[in-house]
Design a binder for this molecule. Structure first.
Ligand code: SAM
Length: 325
């Protein structure tokens, strides 16, 4: 379904907004904001606080934040000419919920919103979710702006995925392959954020390939999906300019033992399918094994590492290039 936000994206607003991202992705968020009417006033490991002055539409297109919130102390001013003033509830008053983490403060806040603002407390279907870090605007959640994908238990976080695609520097028409595609998150993001030629995905698990098929179809990204082992891909040598993958970390998916065999085989195969000058962007938390394996794989070298954090882990995105032209 197309994004039908319960907020007027074309109404100019003036507000201080907290944008939450993933540790390691803050620079990419800041880079995307550079061309927007946004001034960064605070920077945290997983967020930026910005003074924003203008319509929200260009902000809503940014992929590097998942939550946008108004500070709890600034609700009144936001209601005057800020993001809260741009809310357009489906019918009736603005609906809200108050998160449990606000503790005893919850009741006072709830009464203030009901009695002072005429909002309706509706924890089941709300426009604004109040949490200690601020009043989250439901219409600006990443999942609302870009839609939710079907997921496997190890699916790639979409902000992390957007960083991987950015690092891949996909040129128009280039062939893109994810040899560990799971539910196809990276294929969808590559198709949406770049203008690739053929998009290919492989995975050993048919059930994840079914989810990938649903995801690429739902998002209109034409892709070829095959059940294959990343160590033996049915792909011609030198035919794939960009490889993207979230590798099994050997923690929740697979094990370090399995990776000791998997990584050398998969990297050899990546070296085979890339042409000289080709590039792979690979995410892993099994870092020492990964770096040692790249060193032992002829023609490949790591040219950049970006540490990202997610769910208690600190995986790195490695940009690997193949020598030659
Ligand atoms: C971390 S997940 C990838 C998640 C994916 N990017 C997504 O968003 O759903 C790793 C994937 O590698 C697959 N896998 C494990 N061993 C494999 C192998 N030898 N060849 C191909 N795929 C493999 C798993 O089935 C799993 O889907």
């Amino acid at each position: 379904m197309p994004y039908q936000p319960r907020i007027d994206l074309d109404q100019p607003v003036r507000d201080r907004l907290m944008l939450r991202t993933v540790p390691g992705a803050v620079d990419y968020l800041a880079e995307d904001l550079r061309t927007l009417p946004a001034t960064v006033v605070r920077r945290g490991p997983d967020r930026l606080v910005v003074d924003y002055a203008g319509p929200l539409r260009p902000l809503a297109a940014v992929r590097y934040f998942d939550v946008c919130a108004v500070e709890l102390g600034a609700l009144d001013t936001s209601l005057k000419d800020g993001a809260l003033a741009a809310l357009r509830p489906a019918d009736g008053p603005v609906r809200f919920r108050v998160g449990e983490q606000l503790g005893e403060q919850r009741w006072e806040l709830r009464d203030r919103l009901v009695d002072g603002y005429g909002w309706r407390n509706d924890p089941g279907s709300w426009d604004v979710n109040l949490e200690p870090h601020g009043a989250e605007l439901g219409a600006l959640y990443l999942t609302q702006r870009y839609g939710e994908l079907r997921r496997t238990p190890a699916s790639t976080n979409p902000i992390v995925g957007a960083v991987l695609v950015r690092l891949a520097k996909i040129q128009p028409g280039q062939t893109v392959l994810d040899p560990f595609c799971g539910a196809g998150t990276l294929l969808v993001l590559a198709g949406e954020m770049a203008a690739p030629g053929p998009v290919l995905g492989a995975d050993v698990q048919s059930r994840w390939l079914s989810l990938a098929a649903e995801n690429v179809a739902a998002r209109g990204v034409p892709a070829t999906l095959v059940r294959a082992d990343a160590r033996r891909l049915p792909v011609r040598s030198g035919s794939v300019e960009r490889v993207l993958a979230n590798l099994p970390f050997g923690k929740r998916v697979g094990s370090h033992r399995v990776n000791e065999d998997l990584y050398p085989g998969a990297l050899r195969e990546i070296a085979r399918v890339l042409p000289g000058g080709g590039r792979a962007v690979l995410l892993t938390d099994d870092k020492r094994l990964f770096r040692e394996t790249v060193q032992r794989t002829p023609l490949l070298r790591v040219i950049k590492e970006v540490v990202l954090a997610r769910g208690g882990l600190h995986p790195s995105a490695y940009v690997v290039s193949k020598r030659g032209r």
